[in-house]
Ligand binder design. Structure first.
Ligand code: ADP
Length: 454
Protein backbone atom coordinates (compact mmCIF):
# COMPACT_ATOMS: atom_id res chain seq x y z
CA UNK A 1 0.00 0.00 0.00
CA UNK A 2 0.96 3.62 -0.32
CA UNK A 3 1.22 4.01 3.44
CA UNK A 4 3.67 1.15 3.68
CA UNK A 5 5.67 2.46 0.78
CA UNK A 6 6.11 5.80 2.38
CA UNK A 7 7.01 4.12 5.69
CA UNK A 8 9.83 2.19 4.02
CA UNK A 9 10.98 5.28 2.23
CA UNK A 10 11.11 7.09 5.54
CA UNK A 11 13.08 4.27 7.18
CA UNK A 12 15.46 4.30 4.25
CA UNK A 13 16.17 7.97 4.82
CA UNK A 14 17.36 7.17 8.36
CA UNK A 15 19.70 4.33 7.34
CA UNK A 16 20.96 5.17 3.88
CA UNK A 17 24.21 6.57 5.34
CA UNK A 18 25.36 2.99 5.99
CA UNK A 19 25.21 2.12 2.29
CA UNK A 20 28.49 3.28 0.80
CA UNK A 21 29.30 3.11 -2.88
CA UNK A 22 32.25 1.25 -4.40
CA UNK A 23 33.79 4.64 -5.11
CA UNK A 24 33.60 5.48 -1.41
CA UNK A 25 35.44 2.29 -0.45
CA UNK A 26 38.09 2.99 -3.10
CA UNK A 27 38.45 6.47 -1.65
CA UNK A 28 38.96 4.90 1.80
CA UNK A 29 41.74 2.74 0.31
CA UNK A 30 43.53 5.73 -1.22
CA UNK A 31 43.37 7.65 2.04
CA UNK A 32 44.50 4.67 4.09
CA UNK A 33 47.44 4.03 1.79
CA UNK A 34 48.56 7.66 2.19
CA UNK A 35 48.08 7.60 5.94
CA UNK A 36 50.13 4.39 6.20
CA UNK A 37 52.97 6.06 4.32
CA UNK A 38 52.70 9.08 6.61
CA UNK A 39 52.95 6.84 9.63
CA UNK A 40 56.04 5.09 8.27
CA UNK A 41 57.98 8.24 7.36
CA UNK A 42 60.06 10.08 9.95
CA UNK A 43 58.93 13.55 8.82
CA UNK A 44 55.21 12.79 8.95
CA UNK A 45 55.04 10.13 11.69
CA UNK A 46 54.24 12.55 14.52
CA UNK A 47 51.26 14.05 12.69
CA UNK A 48 49.93 10.74 11.33
CA UNK A 49 46.87 9.20 12.95
CA UNK A 50 47.97 5.70 12.02
CA UNK A 51 51.13 5.11 13.97
CA UNK A 52 52.57 2.17 12.01
CA UNK A 53 54.71 1.14 14.99
CA UNK A 54 57.69 -1.12 14.20
CA UNK A 55 57.39 -4.03 16.62
CA UNK A 56 60.98 -5.32 16.68
CA UNK A 57 59.61 -8.70 15.65
CA UNK A 58 61.81 -9.46 12.64
CA UNK A 59 61.16 -13.13 11.92
CA UNK A 60 58.16 -15.36 11.66
CA UNK A 61 58.28 -18.76 13.36
CA UNK A 62 59.53 -21.68 11.25
CA UNK A 63 58.06 -24.54 13.24
CA UNK A 64 61.29 -25.48 15.04
CA UNK A 65 60.44 -23.48 18.20
CA UNK A 66 60.80 -25.42 21.46
CA UNK A 67 60.41 -24.92 25.18
CA UNK A 68 58.14 -23.84 28.00
CA UNK A 69 56.86 -20.27 28.09
CA UNK A 70 54.54 -18.17 30.15
CA UNK A 71 52.23 -15.90 28.21
CA UNK A 72 49.92 -13.11 29.31
CA UNK A 73 46.99 -11.77 27.35
CA UNK A 74 45.71 -8.36 28.38
CA UNK A 75 43.72 -6.02 26.23
CA UNK A 76 40.14 -6.94 25.95
CA UNK A 77 37.38 -8.77 27.64
CA UNK A 78 39.50 -11.26 29.52
CA UNK A 79 42.88 -11.34 31.15
CA UNK A 80 44.60 -14.69 30.78
CA UNK A 81 47.76 -16.31 32.03
CA UNK A 82 49.00 -19.23 29.94
CA UNK A 83 51.65 -21.90 30.06
CA UNK A 84 52.61 -22.75 26.49
CA UNK A 85 54.77 -25.74 25.68
CA UNK A 86 56.20 -25.65 22.16
CA UNK A 87 57.48 -28.80 20.53
CA UNK A 88 57.66 -28.30 16.77
CA UNK A 89 54.12 -28.18 15.44
CA UNK A 90 52.78 -29.64 18.69
CA UNK A 91 51.67 -26.94 21.05
CA UNK A 92 50.26 -27.59 24.50
CA UNK A 93 48.43 -24.75 26.22
CA UNK A 94 47.18 -24.54 29.77
CA UNK A 95 45.49 -21.32 30.65
CA UNK A 96 43.41 -19.57 33.23
CA UNK A 97 41.22 -16.52 32.80
CA UNK A 98 41.08 -13.88 35.50
CA UNK A 99 38.69 -11.01 35.87
CA UNK A 100 39.85 -7.41 35.72
CA UNK A 101 37.28 -5.51 37.76
CA UNK A 102 36.08 -2.19 36.40
CA UNK A 103 37.59 -0.35 39.38
CA UNK A 104 41.01 -1.64 38.30
CA UNK A 105 40.41 -0.82 34.61
CA UNK A 106 39.77 2.77 35.67
CA UNK A 107 42.16 2.83 38.67
CA UNK A 108 45.92 3.41 38.87
CA UNK A 109 48.63 1.70 36.85
CA UNK A 110 50.16 0.33 40.03
CA UNK A 111 46.88 -1.35 40.99
CA UNK A 112 46.59 -2.84 37.52
CA UNK A 113 50.10 -4.29 37.41
CA UNK A 114 49.92 -5.51 41.03
CA UNK A 115 46.72 -7.31 40.12
CA UNK A 116 48.39 -8.88 37.07
CA UNK A 117 51.42 -9.91 39.13
CA UNK A 118 49.09 -11.49 41.71
CA UNK A 119 47.36 -13.51 39.01
CA UNK A 120 50.74 -14.67 37.61
CA UNK A 121 51.80 -15.58 41.15
CA UNK A 122 48.70 -17.71 41.68
CA UNK A 123 49.03 -19.37 38.29
CA UNK A 124 52.71 -20.19 38.79
CA UNK A 125 52.14 -21.77 42.18
CA UNK A 126 49.06 -23.70 41.02
CA UNK A 127 51.14 -25.17 38.18
CA UNK A 128 54.19 -25.87 40.35
CA UNK A 129 56.42 -23.67 38.24
CA UNK A 130 58.24 -22.03 41.13
CA UNK A 131 61.56 -23.82 40.75
CA UNK A 132 62.86 -22.21 37.54
CA UNK A 133 62.83 -18.85 35.77
CA UNK A 134 60.38 -18.87 32.90
CA UNK A 135 60.57 -16.65 29.80
CA UNK A 136 57.39 -14.65 29.35
CA UNK A 137 55.68 -13.31 26.23
CA UNK A 138 53.23 -10.52 26.98
CA UNK A 139 50.32 -9.81 24.66
CA UNK A 140 49.41 -6.25 25.52
CA UNK A 141 46.81 -5.05 23.05
CA UNK A 142 46.98 -1.28 23.29
CA UNK A 143 48.91 1.13 21.06
CA UNK A 144 52.56 1.16 22.14
CA UNK A 145 55.69 2.78 20.82
CA UNK A 146 58.24 -0.02 21.04
CA UNK A 147 61.87 0.66 21.76
CA UNK A 148 62.85 -2.97 21.88
CA UNK A 149 61.23 -6.37 21.85
CA UNK A 150 60.66 -6.07 25.59
CA UNK A 151 60.32 -2.34 25.89
CA UNK A 152 57.02 -0.74 24.96
CA UNK A 153 55.69 2.66 25.93
CA UNK A 154 51.91 2.96 26.04
CA UNK A 155 50.80 5.77 23.73
CA UNK A 156 47.16 5.75 24.79
CA UNK A 157 44.56 3.57 26.43
CA UNK A 158 41.66 2.30 24.30
CA UNK A 159 38.73 -0.14 24.66
CA UNK A 160 37.46 0.88 28.09
CA UNK A 161 40.79 0.98 29.97
CA UNK A 162 42.00 4.21 31.52
CA UNK A 163 44.58 3.53 34.25
CA UNK A 164 46.39 6.51 35.62
CA UNK A 165 50.15 6.92 35.29
CA UNK A 166 50.77 4.42 32.50
CA UNK A 167 50.65 6.47 29.27
CA UNK A 168 54.24 7.18 28.19
CA UNK A 169 55.67 4.49 30.50
CA UNK A 170 57.35 1.21 29.59
CA UNK A 171 54.73 -1.38 30.47
CA UNK A 172 57.40 -4.13 30.76
CA UNK A 173 59.17 -2.16 33.46
CA UNK A 174 55.86 -1.61 35.28
CA UNK A 175 55.12 -5.34 35.15
CA UNK A 176 58.67 -6.33 36.15
CA UNK A 177 58.49 -3.95 39.14
CA UNK A 178 55.14 -5.35 40.19
CA UNK A 179 56.59 -8.88 39.92
CA UNK A 180 59.53 -7.83 42.11
CA UNK A 181 57.09 -6.60 44.75
CA UNK A 182 56.00 -10.24 44.89
CA UNK A 183 59.00 -12.28 45.88
CA UNK A 184 57.99 -15.75 44.73
CA UNK A 185 57.80 -15.12 40.96
CA UNK A 186 60.83 -15.77 38.80
CA UNK A 187 59.89 -14.54 35.37
CA UNK A 188 61.85 -12.91 32.56
CA UNK A 189 59.80 -10.77 30.17
CA UNK A 190 61.35 -11.40 26.76
CA UNK A 191 58.76 -10.01 24.33
CA UNK A 192 55.72 -7.74 24.22
CA UNK A 193 53.34 -8.06 21.29
CA UNK A 194 49.78 -7.00 20.67
CA UNK A 195 47.01 -9.42 19.78
CA UNK A 196 47.32 -8.74 16.03
CA UNK A 197 51.01 -9.68 16.09
CA UNK A 198 50.25 -12.72 18.23
CA UNK A 199 47.59 -13.79 15.75
CA UNK A 200 49.98 -13.39 12.82
CA UNK A 201 52.78 -15.28 14.60
CA UNK A 202 50.47 -18.16 15.54
CA UNK A 203 49.18 -18.55 11.99
CA UNK A 204 52.57 -18.08 10.32
CA UNK A 205 53.80 -21.02 12.38
CA UNK A 206 51.81 -23.31 10.09
CA UNK A 207 51.24 -21.20 6.94
CA UNK A 208 54.23 -19.57 5.26
CA UNK A 209 52.07 -17.32 3.08
CA UNK A 210 50.71 -15.59 6.15
CA UNK A 211 52.03 -12.04 6.52
CA UNK A 212 48.98 -10.13 7.78
CA UNK A 213 47.24 -10.44 11.16
CA UNK A 214 43.81 -8.92 11.79
CA UNK A 215 41.78 -8.51 14.98
CA UNK A 216 38.01 -8.16 14.91
CA UNK A 217 37.06 -8.35 18.58
CA UNK A 218 36.57 -5.68 21.20
CA UNK A 219 38.85 -3.54 19.04
CA UNK A 220 40.00 -3.61 15.44
CA UNK A 221 43.65 -3.59 14.42
CA UNK A 222 45.99 -5.04 11.84
CA UNK A 223 49.69 -5.84 11.54
CA UNK A 224 51.85 -7.03 8.62
CA UNK A 225 55.42 -7.81 7.62
CA UNK A 226 57.09 -4.77 6.00
CA UNK A 227 60.48 -4.26 4.32
CA UNK A 228 62.86 -2.26 6.51
CA UNK A 229 63.64 0.02 3.55
CA UNK A 230 60.05 1.29 3.71
CA UNK A 231 60.22 1.98 7.44
CA UNK A 232 61.65 5.49 7.87
CA UNK A 233 60.98 5.39 11.59
CA UNK A 234 63.20 2.33 12.11
CA UNK A 235 65.78 4.23 14.14
CA UNK A 236 68.30 1.51 14.69
CA UNK A 237 70.82 2.29 11.92
CA UNK A 238 73.29 -0.36 13.16
CA UNK A 239 70.70 -3.01 12.66
CA UNK A 240 69.65 -1.81 9.24
CA UNK A 241 71.92 -4.21 7.42
CA UNK A 242 71.05 -7.16 9.59
CA UNK A 243 69.01 -9.89 8.02
CA UNK A 244 66.14 -10.42 7.79
CA UNK A 245 65.56 -6.91 6.41
CA UNK A 246 61.97 -6.83 7.55
CA UNK A 247 59.90 -6.04 10.58
CA UNK A 248 56.28 -6.54 11.63
CA UNK A 249 54.44 -3.21 11.63
CA UNK A 250 51.65 -2.75 14.13
CA UNK A 251 49.48 -0.33 12.17
CA UNK A 252 47.07 0.70 14.97
CA UNK A 253 44.67 1.50 12.15
CA UNK A 254 41.76 1.81 14.58
CA UNK A 255 42.75 5.48 14.79
CA UNK A 256 42.30 5.96 11.03
CA UNK A 257 39.92 8.87 10.51
CA UNK A 258 40.73 10.69 13.75
CA UNK A 259 41.71 13.71 11.59
CA UNK A 260 38.26 13.77 9.99
CA UNK A 261 39.23 12.15 6.69
CA UNK A 262 36.63 9.39 7.12
CA UNK A 263 33.76 11.75 7.86
CA UNK A 264 32.18 11.03 4.47
CA UNK A 265 31.63 7.44 5.64
CA UNK A 266 30.15 8.34 9.04
CA UNK A 267 26.52 8.74 10.06
CA UNK A 268 24.77 10.74 12.76
CA UNK A 269 24.75 7.52 14.84
CA UNK A 270 28.55 7.23 14.65
CA UNK A 271 28.82 10.81 15.89
CA UNK A 272 26.46 10.26 18.78
CA UNK A 273 28.26 7.06 19.81
CA UNK A 274 31.55 8.93 19.74
CA UNK A 275 30.24 11.79 21.88
CA UNK A 276 29.20 9.38 24.64
CA UNK A 277 32.34 7.22 24.49
CA UNK A 278 35.19 7.51 27.02
CA UNK A 279 37.56 8.64 24.22
CA UNK A 280 35.66 11.14 22.05
CA UNK A 281 37.27 11.95 18.71
CA UNK A 282 39.56 8.91 18.94
CA UNK A 283 39.56 5.51 17.21
CA UNK A 284 37.17 6.55 14.45
CA UNK A 285 37.72 3.49 12.21
CA UNK A 286 37.57 1.14 15.22
CA UNK A 287 34.25 2.64 16.31
CA UNK A 288 32.70 1.85 12.91
CA UNK A 289 33.91 -1.76 12.90
CA UNK A 290 34.63 -3.44 16.19
CA UNK A 291 32.56 -5.46 18.64
CA UNK A 292 32.77 -2.89 21.40
CA UNK A 293 30.64 -0.49 19.37
CA UNK A 294 28.63 -2.26 16.66
CA UNK A 295 25.68 -3.21 18.86
CA UNK A 296 25.43 0.33 20.16
CA UNK A 297 25.29 1.75 16.62
CA UNK A 298 22.41 -0.62 15.85
CA UNK A 299 20.70 0.40 19.09
CA UNK A 300 20.98 4.09 18.26
CA UNK A 301 19.32 3.49 14.88
CA UNK A 302 16.51 1.44 16.47
CA UNK A 303 15.99 4.14 19.05
CA UNK A 304 15.73 6.77 16.35
CA UNK A 305 13.29 4.75 14.24
CA UNK A 306 11.14 4.18 17.34
CA UNK A 307 11.13 7.87 18.16
CA UNK A 308 10.04 8.61 14.60
CA UNK A 309 7.12 6.22 15.00
CA UNK A 310 8.51 3.81 12.41
CA UNK A 311 9.24 0.89 14.77
CA UNK A 312 7.85 -0.70 17.96
CA UNK A 313 4.65 1.35 18.07
CA UNK A 314 3.81 0.24 21.59
CA UNK A 315 7.24 -0.07 23.15
CA UNK A 316 7.67 1.15 26.71
CA UNK A 317 9.97 4.18 26.73
CA UNK A 318 11.75 2.79 29.82
CA UNK A 319 12.65 -0.59 28.37
CA UNK A 320 16.35 -1.57 28.30
CA UNK A 321 16.51 -1.15 24.52
CA UNK A 322 16.67 2.57 25.18
CA UNK A 323 19.62 2.36 27.58
CA UNK A 324 23.15 2.97 26.29
CA UNK A 325 25.24 -0.14 25.80
CA UNK A 326 22.36 -2.58 26.21
CA UNK A 327 22.29 -3.90 22.65
CA UNK A 328 25.29 -6.23 22.66
CA UNK A 329 27.17 -6.96 19.45
CA UNK A 330 26.43 -10.66 19.93
CA UNK A 331 22.75 -9.73 19.40
CA UNK A 332 23.68 -8.51 15.91
CA UNK A 333 25.04 -12.00 15.16
CA UNK A 334 21.96 -13.63 16.64
CA UNK A 335 19.48 -11.45 14.74
CA UNK A 336 21.33 -12.00 11.48
CA UNK A 337 21.35 -15.76 11.96
CA UNK A 338 17.57 -15.79 11.34
CA UNK A 339 16.98 -16.98 7.81
CA UNK A 340 13.20 -17.41 7.68
CA UNK A 341 10.09 -15.42 8.48
CA UNK A 342 9.83 -16.82 12.03
CA UNK A 343 12.61 -14.58 13.39
CA UNK A 344 13.26 -16.96 16.27
CA UNK A 345 16.54 -15.38 17.42
CA UNK A 346 15.39 -11.82 16.81
CA UNK A 347 12.38 -12.46 19.02
CA UNK A 348 14.60 -13.85 21.79
CA UNK A 349 16.75 -10.73 21.62
CA UNK A 350 13.72 -8.42 21.74
CA UNK A 351 12.37 -10.34 24.70
CA UNK A 352 15.69 -10.00 26.52
CA UNK A 353 15.38 -6.27 25.94
CA UNK A 354 11.82 -6.36 27.26
CA UNK A 355 10.32 -4.92 24.10
CA UNK A 356 6.60 -5.70 24.21
CA UNK A 357 4.02 -6.15 21.45
CA UNK A 358 6.49 -6.15 18.60
CA UNK A 359 5.28 -7.24 15.18
CA UNK A 360 6.85 -9.45 12.53
CA UNK A 361 7.44 -6.32 10.55
CA UNK A 362 9.41 -4.86 13.48
CA UNK A 363 11.60 -7.99 13.45
CA UNK A 364 12.21 -7.48 9.77
CA UNK A 365 13.31 -3.90 10.32
CA UNK A 366 15.60 -4.82 13.23
CA UNK A 367 17.26 -7.44 11.05
CA UNK A 368 17.60 -4.98 8.18
CA UNK A 369 19.35 -2.46 10.44
CA UNK A 370 21.75 -5.12 11.79
CA UNK A 371 22.54 -6.19 8.24
CA UNK A 372 23.40 -2.66 7.14
CA UNK A 373 25.61 -1.86 10.13
CA UNK A 374 27.54 -5.13 10.02
CA UNK A 375 27.98 -4.95 6.25
CA UNK A 376 29.49 -1.50 6.47
CA UNK A 377 31.86 -2.78 9.17
CA UNK A 378 32.87 -5.82 7.11
CA UNK A 379 33.34 -3.73 3.97
CA UNK A 380 35.48 -1.14 5.74
CA UNK A 381 37.68 -3.87 7.19
CA UNK A 382 37.84 -5.41 3.70
CA UNK A 383 38.87 -2.10 2.12
CA UNK A 384 41.64 -1.88 4.70
CA UNK A 385 42.84 -5.41 3.98
CA UNK A 386 42.67 -4.86 0.21
CA UNK A 387 44.91 -1.81 0.66
CA UNK A 388 47.49 -4.00 2.41
CA UNK A 389 47.19 -6.91 -0.01
CA UNK A 390 47.78 -4.56 -2.96
CA UNK A 391 50.66 -2.94 -1.15
CA UNK A 392 52.45 -6.20 -0.37
CA UNK A 393 51.71 -7.42 -3.89
CA UNK A 394 52.37 -11.14 -3.22
CA UNK A 395 50.72 -13.68 -5.45
CA UNK A 396 49.28 -15.63 -2.52
CA UNK A 397 48.51 -13.98 0.77
CA UNK A 398 47.02 -15.52 3.88
CA UNK A 399 45.44 -13.20 6.43
CA UNK A 400 45.17 -14.56 9.95
CA UNK A 401 42.05 -13.31 11.72
CA UNK A 402 41.00 -13.57 15.34
CA UNK A 403 38.24 -12.06 17.48
CA UNK A 404 34.67 -12.90 18.42
CA UNK A 405 33.10 -10.62 15.83
CA UNK A 406 34.79 -12.52 12.98
CA UNK A 407 34.36 -15.86 14.69
CA UNK A 408 30.67 -15.64 15.52
CA UNK A 409 29.02 -13.23 13.11
CA UNK A 410 27.27 -15.46 10.53
CA UNK A 411 28.32 -13.47 7.46
CA UNK A 412 31.35 -11.37 8.33
CA UNK A 413 33.82 -13.71 6.65
CA UNK A 414 31.81 -13.93 3.42
CA UNK A 415 31.10 -10.21 3.28
CA UNK A 416 34.78 -9.44 3.70
CA UNK A 417 35.87 -11.93 1.04
CA UNK A 418 33.36 -10.53 -1.46
CA UNK A 419 34.53 -6.97 -0.95
CA UNK A 420 38.24 -7.78 -0.94
CA UNK A 421 37.81 -9.63 -4.24
CA UNK A 422 36.22 -6.55 -5.70
CA UNK A 423 39.00 -4.28 -4.48
CA UNK A 424 42.30 -6.15 -4.94
CA UNK A 425 44.46 -5.99 -8.04
CA UNK A 426 43.61 -8.73 -10.55
CA UNK A 427 45.80 -11.79 -10.13
CA UNK A 428 46.40 -11.46 -6.40
CA UNK A 429 44.99 -14.38 -4.46
CA UNK A 430 44.13 -14.21 -0.78
CA UNK A 431 42.75 -16.38 1.99
CA UNK A 432 41.22 -15.31 5.32
CA UNK A 433 41.76 -17.89 8.00
CA UNK A 434 40.72 -18.07 11.60
CA UNK A 435 43.70 -18.16 13.92
CA UNK A 436 42.91 -19.91 17.16
CA UNK A 437 44.22 -18.59 20.44
CA UNK A 438 46.63 -16.25 18.66
CA UNK A 439 47.39 -14.08 21.62
CA UNK A 440 48.59 -16.90 23.86
CA UNK A 441 50.35 -19.03 21.29
CA UNK A 442 51.67 -16.00 19.40
CA UNK A 443 53.24 -14.40 22.46
CA UNK A 444 55.03 -17.65 23.32
CA UNK A 445 56.19 -18.11 19.72
CA UNK A 446 57.52 -14.54 19.65
CA UNK A 447 59.42 -15.19 22.86
CA UNK A 448 60.79 -18.43 21.39
CA UNK A 449 61.86 -16.81 18.11
CA UNK A 450 63.61 -14.01 20.00
CA UNK A 451 65.50 -16.44 22.25
CA UNK A 452 66.59 -18.34 19.14
CA UNK A 453 67.96 -15.15 17.57
CA UNK A 454 69.77 -14.04 20.74
P1 ADP B 1 38.94 -9.39 22.84
O1 ADP B 1 38.39 -8.53 23.91
O2 ADP B 1 40.20 -10.05 23.21
O3 ADP B 1 38.98 -8.70 21.53
P2 ADP B 1 36.91 -11.11 21.75
O4 ADP B 1 37.61 -11.46 20.51
O5 ADP B 1 36.11 -12.17 22.43
O6 ADP B 1 37.88 -10.58 22.82
O7 ADP B 1 35.96 -9.89 21.40
C1 ADP B 1 35.02 -9.40 22.30
C2 ADP B 1 34.03 -8.55 21.51
O8 ADP B 1 33.31 -9.39 20.62
C3 ADP B 1 33.02 -7.85 22.36
O9 ADP B 1 32.97 -6.49 21.96
C4 ADP B 1 31.71 -8.51 22.05
O10 ADP B 1 30.68 -7.57 21.94
C5 ADP B 1 31.93 -9.14 20.70
N1 ADP B 1 31.22 -10.41 20.59
C6 ADP B 1 31.09 -11.37 21.52
N2 ADP B 1 30.31 -12.38 21.06
C7 ADP B 1 29.95 -12.02 19.81
C8 ADP B 1 29.13 -12.64 18.81
N3 ADP B 1 28.52 -13.81 19.02
N4 ADP B 1 28.99 -11.98 17.65
C9 ADP B 1 29.58 -10.80 17.43
N5 ADP B 1 30.33 -10.16 18.34
C10 ADP B 1 30.52 -10.77 19.51
Amino acid sequence: TNDQLSKYERIEAFVKGFKLSSTAYKQVMTLLHQEMNNGLKTQSHKMADIKMFPTFVRSLPDGSEKGEFLALDLGGTNFRVLLVTLQGHDIDIQSKTYLIPQRIMLGTGEQLFDHIADCIGKFVSEHNLLSHTLPLGFTFSFPCQQEGLAKARLSQWTKGFRCEGVVGEDICRLLQEALLRRTNCKVEIVAVVNDAVGTLMAAAHVDHNCEIGLILGTGCNVCYMEYLDNVGTWGNEDEKDLHPRQVIINTEWGAFGDNGCLDFTRTEYDRELDTFSINPGKQVMEKMISGMYMGEIVRLVLERLTREGLLFQSADKDCPLFERGRFYTKYVSEVESDTDEFFRHTKLVLEELQVVNYTTEDCKIVKYVCTLVSARAAFLAAAGLATLINRLNKKDMTIAVDGSLYRFHPRFHNLMCLKIKELVKPGLKFKLCLSHDGSGKGAALTAAVSLRLR
